[in-house]
Ligand binder design. Sequence first.
Ligand code: NAD
Ligand code: UDP
Length: 309
Amino acid sequence: MKKILVTGGAGFLGSHLCERLLNEGNEVICIDNYFTGNKRNIVHLMDNPYFEVIRHDITSPFYIEVDEIYNLACPASPIHYQYNPIKTVKTSVMGSINMLGLAKRIHAKVLQASTSEVYGDPVVHPQPEEYWGNVNPIGVRSCYDEGKRCAETLFFDYHRQNNVRIKVVRIFNTYGPRMHPNDGRVVSNFIMQALRGEDITLYGDGSQTRSFCYCDDLIDGLIRMMNTDDSVIGPINIGNPKEFTIKQLAELVIELTGSKSKLVFLPAPADDPQQRQPVIDQAKEILHWEPTIPLREGLMKTIEYFKQL
Ligand code: NAD
Ligand code: UDP
């Protein structure tokens, strides 16, 4: 039985990760400050004696003995990470320093949930790990993008300087049950709007693209990465390479919900990336991983969840 720390464990992805790790027979300690996470996401795990939840903000140091650390704490939706941008930077930078310092002291493996946002509004398409990105350092998205980029820097410097056992994965847009219904991300927004019969809000002309990965596939990729030997440090892209325009996503959500909602076009937000698709050759070769759940199937499961809310 491994003892595993999950930061951000009460969030969307963190709660799925805690559940999977417990099901695989591990002891899991979840820390979260509940900024965007919720106890509702993990309440079904509370009866498990091998699950422990601690309210803690990772911008402060945390002391524990564990074998592995998954560092997921950080608001992920543009509305939430722009609500208090200075705090977002602190969470990525100070939070990473605290988790890396902990990993250094206790010789634990530590995995960073990085993001496709490190590629910014990419001019190389699709995006391989070697691409350095096209990021505005002073825009409204920079607190998230540059925070995550600095976190990657810290991970690699702790590895080079202190031999910390790091794993960096770059997660592309992931969706599924337990997404926050009001976090403004495109999948949750469109489903909520369709179920309520409200207008579906397309920002810009809807021709921008994203590649959507279902949460179960993503969690499988994270665990495979953690279980690689110490020579595998990443960064490795984890995401679904099937690319859709945002308009196609809207039409699919309308079809699957049977909604009468209409599409409306609103101004595009600043620095909105125009295209995004992961190259996942490394994930395939090194992790023997690729997504298995098509968008249509994943959306149906997600729609069922939102219907029950
Ligand atoms: P989420 O907002 O649901 O989860 C983040 C969790 O971290 C929440 O429970 C929140 O309360 C917690 N948190 C935030 N700041 C904290 C702090 N300072 N201290 C302790 N806890 C804190 O988001 P998610 O979609 O589950 O994302 C999880 C991780 O994966 C994030 O690091 C995110 O950047 C990364 N990621 C997600 C996606 C995606 O599409 N979902 C894509 C790329 C990267
Ligand atoms: N988007 C949209 N309508 C919405 C929410 C988002 O058209 O109601 C667009 C948004 O402008 C972006 C894409 O959908 O181009 C994905 O947005 P999201 O916030 O989900 O993720 P990110 O931009 O971080 O990939």
